[in-house]
Design a binder for this molecule. Structure first.
Ligand SMILES: NC(=O)c1ccc[n+]([C@@H]2O[C@H](COP(=O)([O-])OP(=O)(O)OC[C@H]3O[C@@H](n4cnc5c(N)ncnc54)[C@H](O)[C@@H]3O)[C@@H](O)[C@H]2O)c1
Length: 360
């Protein structure tokens, strides 16, 4: 799909009420910036942002949307919020979203990612207003067979670490609600969506290579790399986020045709080793060195896992727009511009407009 058709389609969000869980996080804050750019009425429901420098804070999102700091495990509060707001669209992103902390806090991970997701689904089951749900899980929901082929939406679910297992469980729960309730009610479309490693400005999560690299570059320190040869699919955050929005409109307009599972992964050129990613980051930043820092006690990391995105390409006309170099360039440029004193909200807006092909 060319940028102008996508941009035109997304204008369908103007004036629409959209509930986003996890809006204080990395992907949620980019999704909400896009929705604000599209003139939607947004309510965000999440725990407070973790750090002052988080994307949510530096772009001043709290002032642009209705910001609700609350726990998705508090069912009554979530239900009341949804009932009062009467959203037409729901994007569920709230999660314990990291693999390594899931080994330290497995119960919190399962509670948040499974029980929290049940709460969201239950609110929608009883809602009169919701017409479309986009339910974000992860590429880690698939049973990793350690093979080179991309996983299809129909492949077996799995996940051996607590995070992956919680996302596979969240998928099972979703399927139960979809088949038992949403498909039987006319006028509600619901999709679970699976994307992989996402990069972009304003992510400061611990133990993610891109934020780790930027922290080191800003401190003029070597970038510690645990696993330079591990190959991962890298994708700019605007790719899945715009895909979620486009799918949301399709779900509202044709719920029977578009409900189900969807993969949104990057193109072949984006399967790049961690070492090559860091080299590219250093080049774009203009200085810096990498340091191999293997950890003897590190929990196991999954080997390559890729997504087959034929369904998204054939049925939605969707494919990644920015290649690996563009994704890294936009990401590094964001951090560099903000480190040099540019207003983060302007940098984010500029990148949204560039992605959508909108003239500023
Ligand atoms: N970032 C990636 O590379 C990536 C890859 C695949 C899937 N995902 C999925 O995308 C979604 C968003 O990921 P992210 O990178 O923005 O994560 P993030 O950690 O930056 O944000 C998580 C969000 O969830 C909220 N949250 C956590 N526990 C909550 C609770 N109990 N109640 C209410 N809110 C709660 C946080 O407050 C935050 O807003 C997650 O579902 C994640 O699993 C992310």
């Amino acid at each position: 799909m060319d940028p102008s058709s996508l941009s035109k389609a997304l204008r369908g969000y103007a004036g629409r009420r959209v509930l986003v869980t996890g809006h204080t996080g990395f992907k949620g804050s980019w999704l909400c910036s896009l929705l604000c750019h599209l003139d939607s009425e947004v309510l965000g429901y999440a725990l407070p942002p973790l750090r002052e420098e988080d994307h949510f804070n530096v772009i001043g999102l709290e002032q642009k949307i209705t910001h609700r700091e609350a726990d998705i495990l508090n069912f009554e509060q979530l239900r009341k919020t949804a009932e009062d707001f009467q959203p037409e669209f729901v994007f569920h992103l709230a999660a314990q979203a990291l693999v390594r902390p899931s080994y330290e806090e497995p119960k919190l991970t399962f509670d948040t990612n499974v029980a929290g997701s049940v709460n969201v689904l239950e609110c929608i089951r009883t809602s009169e207003s919701v017409k479309a749900l986009v339910y974000i899980t992860s590429d880690k929901c698939y049973r990793n067979r350690e093979w080179i082929w991309g996983y299809r939406e129909t492949d077996e679910l799995g996940g051996t670490d607590p995070y992956g297992a919680s996302k596979a469980a969240a998928e099972m729960v979703f399927r139960g609600y979809l088949e038992s309730f949403f498909r039987k009610r006319s006028g509600v479309g619901a999709a679970s969506v699976r994307a992989g490693n996402v990069i972009g400005g304003g992510d400061w999560a611990e133990d993610r290579i891109l934020p780790d690299a930027i922290r080191a570059l800003i401190a003029n320190a070597p970038i510690p790399v645990r696993n330079p040869d591990a190959i991962r699919p890298w994708q700019h955050v605007l790719e899945p986020v715009t895909a979620y929005l486009y799918l949301g409109l399709k779900l509202r307009d044709h719920p029977e045709a578009f409900s189900g599972a969807w993969n949104f992964g990057p193109g072949e050129d984006c399967f790049v080793s961690v070492g090559s990613l860091v080299t590219e980051v250093i080049e774009r930043w203009g200085s810096g060195v990498m340091e191999h820092a293997p950890e003897s006690q590190a929990p196991p990391e999954a080997s390559i896992l890729s997504l087959n995105c034929d369904k998204a390409s054939r049925c939605l006309g969707w494919r990644s727009r920015w290649d690996f170099h563009q994704a890294v360039a936009r990401t590094v440029d964001w951090y560099k511009a903000v480190a040099n004193g540019k207003a983060a909200a302007d940098v984010t807006r500029g990148q949204l407009q560039e992605y959508l092909g909108d003239t500023p």
